[in-house]
Design a protein around this ligand. Structure first.
Ligand code: NAD
Ligand code: MG
Length: 391
């Protein structure tokens, strides 16, 4: 029995992880479940899976959750999230919460010696150097759940002594693939929320439409696999079957493939290093007579370029890009700004917020808070970068 804490249990990844756990109840037990504000779903999950600890982030729902779960310890607040991450009986912590909110609980889990099944890519974007160093110090594995990174991870099994020349992260291109800037200027949030291949939470769905998701994934890959920015390439593959590829120094390329179903990488991360039989639908070559690959359009989708720039610059720049992005995605979802203005606000934050070359954890947390205020202010004042766009 592997005891698992699931942070962000009510989200797209969290609920799919619980399906995996339920299908393998002989192998996995959930010891902690957390959610931010979806009290109803959290309660029903806790009644079904009977964890030792339940955490509801937003304290206005605390009384409701507590009253519904007699016999289960129920807590609220940021500190409680860290407690769920460091629960003594947990062997593996699935970080399926969204945004930089995942950073501190992930650090708590690592410091408590827990292996991490990492869906929350923002944690590595914000403070990848600190998080990966801590994991090394504590002998903790970070097993990626993100499908591209799971693919790379799987391709690297058995290749420990063989240097990687480069990796290719595949991108579906999102719902606006092939559109130019003129067309993007007027796209609605309803259109942006319709991903062609994956059903996911709102934030990552918008990130996929703007290619920021791929940008965040490039930074995530840099930390997971210890690569230089020049060793990480993005290639558009609209079928989303080849999940990513590794090229070795002899020129040979390995790819991992499968139908686009997040339960597969979740399943792999929970079972790692083993593989457990599943009944998921199998891939049929006859359904996909053609695979296509093309270059991403970084002129139209500037976020990908901004993310590469942030990665090359290093320091707190990826933290700035992440916080600014969280603000603009919210603003876009609240109809406060247009699709293209998201990149404009992000770029302005990258230009104007003080750069720190070697940030401490406190520097990252301060950068994150300050960027949110700064970007929020730009949105309120509708002060977008319209000239001197550099990237
Ligand atoms: P989601 O919005 O569906 O769910 C987010 C979960 O986090 C919910 O349980 C919510 O209660 C919790 N949460 C939200 N804000 C929080 C806060 N401030 N503090 C604590 N908990 C909070 O998101 P998702 O699509 O499941 O994505 C989760 C993470 O996994 C993201 O980092 C995303 O980039 C990554 N990811 C998701 C997918 C996918 O298919 N959904 C694929 C790859 C990676
Ligand atoms: Mg991904």
């Amino acid at each position: 029995m592997k005891n698992i804490s699931i942070l962000g249990a009510t989200g797209s990844i969290g609920t799919q992880a619980l399906e995996v756990v339920e299908a393998h109840a002989d192998l996995y037990r959930v010891c902690a479940l957390t959610a931010h504000s979806n009290a109803k779903l959290l309660i029903s999950q806790a009644q079904k899976f009977k964890p030792d600890l339940v955490v509801i982030g937003d304290d206005q729902y605390y009384a409701e959750v507590k009253a519904a779960l007699p016999g289960i310890k129920v807590l609220t607040g940021q500190q409680a999230l860290c407690e769920a991450a460091a629960l003594p009986q947990a062997e593996l912590v699935l970080t399926a919460l969204v945004g930089a909110a995942g950073l501190q609980p992930t650090i708590s889990a690592i410091e408590a010696g827990k292996d991490i099944a990492l869906a929350n890519k923002e944690t590595l974007v914000v403070a990848g150097d600190i998080v990966t160093q801590l994991a090394e110090q504590h002998g903790v594995k970070i097993i990626p759940v993100d499908s591209e990174h799971s693919a790379i991870y799987q391709c690297l099994v058995g290749e420990e002594v063989n240097p990687v020349e480069k990796i290719y992260l595949t991108a579906s291109g999102g719902p606006f693939r092939g559109k130019d800037r003129e067309a993007l200027a007027g796209v609605t949030k309803a259109a942006a929320l319709k991903h062609p291949n994956w059903t996911m939470g709102a934030k990552i769905t918008i990130d996929s439409a703007s290619l920021m998701n791929k940008g965040l994934e490039v930074i995530e890959a840099r930390w997971l696999f210890g690569l230089d920015p020049d060793q990480i390439d993005v290639i558009v593959h609209p079928q989303s079957i080849v999940h990513s590829l590794v090229q070795f120094t002899d020129g040979s390329i390995k790819a991992q493939m499968g139908l686009p179903d997040m339960k597969l990488p979740i399943h792999y991360a929970l079972a790692y290093p083993g593989r457990i039989t599943s009944s998921y639908e199998r891939f049929n070559f006859m359904d996909y007579p053609e695979f296509t690959f093309s270059k991403p359009d970084m002129h139209t989708f500037r976020n990908l370029q901004l993310a590469y720039h942030a990665l090359r610059k290093g320091g707190n720049m990826p933290c700035i890009i992440n916080a600014a992005n969280e603000v603009v995605v919210n603003a876009f979802l609240n109809d406060q700004i247009g699709f293209l203005q998201m990149s404009d606000v992000i770029e302005r934050c990258m230009e104007d917020i003080p750069f720190i070359e070697k940030p401490s954890l406190d520097n990252y947390l301060e950068t994150d808070s300050y960027t949110r205020i700064f970007a929020g202010d730009l949105v309120t004042k509708q002060a977008f970068l319209t000239q001197n766009i550099k990237y």
